[in-house]
Design a protein around this ligand. Structure first.
Ligand code: SAM
Length: 260
């Protein structure tokens, strides 16, 4: 469904409420993220490539802040991957219900009636999927080979980010990888201003009006806090990651691999 959230009268009168992952957003989320985040599809492809490269049968993968499961579905539908156990975590119930609906529309039935949902024998590889409601900041992590944190850290309070990355590092098995995608800012103010302008142009070419762009921008301010690549690199190294590799940059969005 097309994202028209910031075409409303409220947005026109400059009355926007802070952005939330609520039912209204869930309805248009696919359209919103693909028209707002340059490189979004490529980041999902990277999750697939990485899983194909490092995962063995029965490995566990986290899709943290899974939303409607774009990354999880890419893995579930990739025939070349071995049998996997994926756990999707989100703290937005509307998102998890949206994910559940998509599973249902593909003919998958959970073995449980309510959250946490457990699915078995998905597709011919017989993947296992758990969908759980949790706050990443307080949850306990299971051992994992791959952790996907795709455009999520930016919504977590800056002072809570180091502890979360340390927890993820601890949960990763030897050779395990964190795939981190984020909106970023540039240290150089001039570069930042130019890239920011290009991002606005990207959105307008995706069909968003100036009013919609301004409405979304004001709603997301103070909710999504981007940092520089340098700040991410430093924090990942301090969390214990031995290699931090930027693998994708498209305007002000980046995907980074952090290897245990
Ligand atoms: C931009 S979306 C992520 C997109 C998704 N990873 C993808 O690739 O399509 C951010 C998601 O993170 C979730 N989220 C934000 N903070 C969270 C937290 N502290 N714990 C769990 N989920 C969180 C939101 O509810 C939302 O669904």
């Amino acid at each position: 469904m097309k994202d028209t959230i910031y075409q409303s009268n409220d947005a026109q009168q400059g009355k926007v409420t802070p952005f939330e992952f609520n039912e209204e957003v869930v309805r248009v989320f696919d359209d919103m993220i693909s028209r707002s985040v340059p490189g979004y599809r490529a980041s999902i492809e990277l999750a697939m490539v990485l899983a194909a490269e490092i995962c063995q049968p029965n490995d566990h993968i986290y899709d943290l802040g899974c939303s409607l499961g774009a990354a999880t579905f890419a893995l579930l539908n990739q025939k070349a991957l071995p049998q996997l156990h994926i756990t999707g975590i989100d703290k937005s119930i509307p998102m998890l219900h949206g994910f559940q609906k998509i599973m249902q529309s593909q003919g998958h039935k959970p073995t449980t009636d309510s959250l946490p949902l457990h699915y078995e024998s998905i597709n011919h590889q017989q993947h296992v999927l758990d969908l759980e409601e949790a706050d990443l900041v307080t949850m306990a992590f299971k051992p994992s080979k791959l952790v996907l944190l795709n455009y999520v850290l930016q919504f977590i309070k800056v002072e809570q980010r180091a502890a979360l990355l340390t927890d993820i590092h601890k949960a990763l098995q030897p050779g395990g990888v964190l795939l981190l995608s984020e909106k970023i800012i540039c240290e150089n103010q001039e570069h930042h201003a130019f890239i920011d302008k290009l991002h606005l142009r990207f959105k307008s070419l995706q069909g968003y009006s100036e009013l919609e762009i301004a409405g979304k921008r004001s709603a997301i301010e103070n909710v999504l806090i981007p940092e520089t690549y340098e700040a991410h690199e430093k924090r990942l190294k301090e969390a214990g990651f031995s290699q931090v590799i930027p693998v994708l940059t498209h305007l002000n969005f980046m995907t980074i691999l952090a290897v245990k």
